[in-house]
Design a protein around this ligand. Sequence first.
Ligand SMILES: [Zn+2]
Length: 256
Amino acid sequence: MSIKIYFLGTGTSQGIPIIGSKHPVCLSDNPKDKRLRTSVWVKWDNADFIIDCGPDFRQQMLASGCPKMDALLFTHEHADHTAGLDDIRPFVFKQGALPVYGLARVMENLTMRFGYIFSDKNKYPGAPSVKPTEIDPNKPFLCAEKKIIPIKVSHYGLDVIGYRFATFAYITDMFSIEPEAEAKLRDLDVLVVNALRIEPHPSHLHLDAAIAFAQRVGAKQTFFTHISHKLGFHDEVEPALPKGIHLAYDNLTITL
Ligand SMILES: [Zn+2]
């Protein structure tokens, strides 16, 4: 079995740099300080899963060379995780309607915002098509013949779904987690979780809370994502992190 994790984007909702910002991190020349909106490509044997499809999706697919999509898994409906949906078209033209997975609430929201994609009524030729599947946050599901375990977390009172693939788990936009969900994170080789900035925030883990969570879960390695310019420069934050904990950066690839 092999799992390859490709970080397509590791930035918070506005990305880094922020348009028009003169913040030193936004002005940094270091490629590791340039962060597209948070998304990841998980290649598990021959199955290609993409988690979330934000406004940078097209650019991310071009940069990564991802050849196909077996499924698109949504964590939640916020725009930084969904706004690139129209750009699935090249995959739909090659493969047919794209299987998409998410909570019932997320599918309803996307159907409202992207009716021309989710409905077959008066379909414009060339519009993308999807095959939606609602997931139960408490039940593992099979997707491209792989068992995927949903991990429910809370983001300012909104349920957000993380996903576990064998010994890898990906969680973004978490503020808190119930013990039953956290119990599904035992024996991980790699955990990815959000760490927004140094100061506390009402809907995201901040750095100290993310470190405490990572240490509780105890994965062999943890990578932080969904990062704001307010976390600081990559090259200053990374060396100060505890052993086994790292900042992810765009285009980083990890193989399990
Ligand atoms: Zn987000």
